[in-house]
Design a protein around this ligand. Structure first.
Ligand SMILES: [Cu+2]
Length: 177
């Protein structure tokens, strides 16, 4: 049935286009593959934002995310968030974030994240935010954070419920370092 085949081909093309446009390009740097780089819109006046991404190490040696920079932020730090006696605290990882060989490390709300500090302007949904990551072995890697809505919990733009960790509500000046 030629008409059925043709229809199937068209459907395949359409599906592929949709899948491709909904997903940010993976960035390869040496043995690392960086994907799902995203951020969240900041409500008016907020000077800090979070940066999230997934780093996969396909090599045979560990690498380390040591620092990051962004034109949109005066300063970027690599942070860890953890529960301490029932209090959510975060601290900069001074010696960097290690990605062991064969492992995938996810920076996500409630865990590791990039802390974008001294933001020059609010982050708006739909913005594409260039960030340069500095790895010990892979060197400088340019990625683009796709800014999702204020309550988003993932790169797909899904709005999180009320129980989601809301970074912008935390007062950085009172943070335990
Ligand atoms: Cu932080």
């Amino acid at each position: 049935m030629p008409s059925f085949n043709r229809m199937a081909t068209i459907l395949t093309i359409v599906t592929t286009l949709v899948a491709t446009s909904a997903r940010a390009e993976d960035v390869k740097a040496g043995d690392l593959v960086i994907s799902q780089a995203w951020s969240r819109a900041t409500p008016g006046g907020a000077k800090t934002g979070g940066g999230y991404l997934t780093i996969e190490n396909k090599g045979s040696a560990p690498d380390k995310l040591v620092s990051a920079t962004a034109d949109a932020a005066g300063k970027v730090e690599v942070h860890e968030m953890a529960m301490n006696n029932g209090v959510m605290t975060m601290r900069p990882l001074d010696s960097g974030l290690t990605i062991d060989p064969g492992k995938t490390v996810k920076l996500a709300p409630g865990g590791y994240h990039l802390m974008l500090m001294e933001l020059k302007r609010p982050l708006k949904q739909g913005d594409k935010l260039p960030v340069t990551l500095q790895f010990e072995k892979a060197g400088k890697v340019a990625v683009t954070l796709e800014v999702q809505g204020v309550g988003a919990q993932g790169p797909g733009g899904s709005a999180g419920g009320g129980d989601g960790m809301k970074m912008q509500e935390m007062d950085h000046s009172k943070m335990k370092m």
